[in-house]
Design a binder for this molecule. Structure first.
Ligand SMILES: *Cc1c(COP(=O)(O)O)cnc(C)c1O
Length: 334
């Protein structure tokens, strides 16, 4: 058990509900599928990033920062969440977005503007090559203006942000215990790795005997193994003065990733996945997005259909949000 927690700001509506998908489970004829509704952590400020920001932004405020700088794609859920958190707390947000400024904003980008975030656009090549440099230049510019900026890494996935999903693991564990459930798998989309790392670490520390499975939306199995391990080591290094943190065998935490449902690439779709999104919406009234949760849920369904997970009794799908990212795909969906 990890009882220590660093300072956090309460931003997310938690606990989020755990609900059985009765119809979908029956139609697949396999395990019972439960949804952990982290898409319901808020309204506009919803999804998995809010849980990580509770800790990351507390740290920024602790350092007397008045500006949050972060980065992501044009449709980044993380950037949208950061922009809204900044507005709520009276801070400034500066978003470094990968891609050309679109003629018309859509989805998350509409909300970035609504929240009053400062936005800089960079070509993918420049973004990949120069991101650290862009961050330090912006920080210096703000310093020259008498302001103090805090840089949040991609997806708020670092040794601080993973606390958000350690919390989520403890919350989920309590809900499972209450209903006497011991799911064989807990499935989430994985992109910057923090959700997967926090869940894996949290569940392991509770003695969970099943597997947390990250469904990759980009990169490879090896990438997520390295990234999750790095964040866990960073976490132990940073908070290791606490006995319950120091005593976690970080290298013994299983990190499981399936990378065969990415399709043509990050944020790119394929028909079977889009059909799965529509099927879930029509069958259960649950809306997924094509970039993250659609691929993760499609992967879960395929693992059941293939027979690999058919002998299992219960599976939990962590719905990490992303609803606003659906709208830019309207033409591909219908
Ligand atoms: C960012 C995101 C993820 C991936 O979470 P990471 O912690 O970055 O791996 C999954 N789903 C949605 C909707 C997201 O926005």
């Amino acid at each position: 058990m990890i009882t220590y927690r660093p300072k956090k700001i309460s931003l997310a509506n938690t606990p989020t509900p755990l609900r059985l998908l009765g119809k979908v489970s029956e139609q697949l004829g396999g395990p019972r599928i439960w949804v952990k509704h982290d898409d319901a952590t808020g309204s506009a400020l919803s999804g998995n990033k809010v849980r990580k920001l509770e800790y990351v932004v507390a740290e920024a405020i602790e350092h007397n920062c008045d500006t949050l700088i972060t980065c992501g794609g044009l449709q980044s859920n993380h950037c949208r969440a950061t922009a809204l958190v900044a507005a709520q707390l009276g801070l400034n947000a500066h978003l470094v977005l990968r891609g050309r400024k679109p003629a018309e904003a859509d989805g998350n980008l509409v909300l970035d503007h609504m929240a009053g975030a400062e936005i800089s656009y960079y070509s993918p090549a420049e973004y990949i090559q120069r991101l650290p440099e862009i961050f330090s230049k912006l920080s210096e510019d703000y310093l020259a203006l008498g302001r103090k900026a805090w840089c949040i890494p991609t997806g708020a996935s670092d040794e601080i942000g993973i606390w958000g999903y350690i919390d989520a693991a403890y919350e989920l564990y309590g809900q499972l215990h209450q209903q006497s459930l011991n799911p064989r798998y807990i499935v989430c989309a994985t992109g910057s790795g923090g959700t997967q790392a926090g869940l894996s670490l949290g569940m392991h520390s509770l003695g969970y005997s099943g597997e947390v499975v990250g469904m990759a939306v980009c990169d490879s199995e090896e990438y997520f193994l390295r990234k999750a391990r790095k964040d866990m080591h960073g976490w132990q290094h940073r908070y290791g003065a606490e006995d319950d943190v120091a005593s976690v065998d970080v290298d013994g935490v299983p990190i499981k990733t399936l990378a065969n449902y990415i399709g043509p690439g990050y944020a790119r779709t394929y028909p079977e996945m889009l059909d799965c999104i529509k099927w879930l919406a029509r069958t259960e009234g649950i809306v997924l997005d094509p970039c993250y949760t659609g691929k993760a849920f499609y992967g879960l369904v395929e693992e059941i259909r293939s027979g690999r997970w058919s002998e299992v009794e219960d599976i939990v799908f962590v719905h990490t949000g992303g609803i606003f990212g659906l709208f830019p795909y309207r033409a591909e969906l219908f």
